[in-house]
Design a protein around this ligand. Sequence first.
Ligand code: PLP
Length: 376
Amino acid sequence: MISNRCKNIKPSAIREIFNMANETSINLGIGEPDFDTPKHIIEAAKKALDEGKTHYTPNNGIPELREAICEKLKNDNNLDVNQNNVVVTCGASEALMLSIMALVNKGDEVLVPNPGFVSYFSLTELCEGEIKSINLDEEFNIDVDELNEKIGNKTKCIILNSPSNPTGRVLDKGDIKAICEIAEDNNIVIISDEIYEKIIYDKKHYSPMQFTDNCILINGFSKSYAMTGWRIGYLTVGESLNEKYNLIENMIKIHQYGFACATSFAQYGALAALKGSQKCVEDMVKEFKRRRDLIVDGLKKLFKVYKPEGAFYVFPDVSEYGDGVEVAKKLIENGILCVPGIAFGENGKNYVRFSYATKYEDIEKAIQIMEEIFEG
Ligand code: PLP
């Protein structure tokens, strides 16, 4: 009965961990801010509901929001984007799905960072594409020469994700530029997932779209504005790439039949998020940085840790105590939820992902428990 396409997809290990949470466990497994959505965003959505803005919106989103997204792209990323080249989606998840569905035919190759976000693998498989892993070095950098060598005549796209889930790595400007050149030379599209753009500590964010038009830029509101359940994100396509292939029009076709539009009142919330949230975002990022420093200092005593520069994850190599599944199991048995690194691809097998989107005091407790388990 069930299609092979569906049968081959594994359920997300992250969801499984989420379901294991109980009141007593310390949840270092979850990938969403533990803050409430800022009040002014909630008020804007409530006002939209009160004003009867409950109908279908244009497929690609309300013009006010698309205009505000263009302003954001200009101010933050120095990009000149026309609002007709923006599609408002049901989260970055949908934007990723549209991108891969619009580009990948059976047998086409997709270069995916490994370890990398779970959806990149599953969406490629759903579209019957072939995954080619981009292996990362010990500090989770991309070896640009190796990436270049992996490109063949079936390579359709490269997925980049900076800051990264699960590693917290922020790509260097030089590496991004080099990958953009490779994409141009080989007529390959970079799908750039920038959902953690604003959750960044010691480095500056660069979008590949600043260096090449061969790019689909994906972003959203879930992480930066604590809006995960609102399901709202967006994408834009490099101007000349779009002119050549009509990508936006083709993605809107899929969006139209699959989703019709992003939730109407969530779009008004997103508009408010873009208009006046600087202080809320700064406060949230400051708190994440404080927690990052705490968890990295604690984990360093037990495992090999690369200090993350963005997102709210840390991805230590735990191989001294077993593989990632064994260590994660032990932690979960002791009341600390985390995700075995294998969930993010084969190269993650010796790692465990901890999220520090959890209260400071709980991270302190978790470190104490880990010291007891592993230092005996
Ligand atoms: N991309 C990455 C790297 C993520 O970590 C996530 C969520 O965890 C998403 C995309 C999905 O974001 P959204 O909630 O906007 O669909």
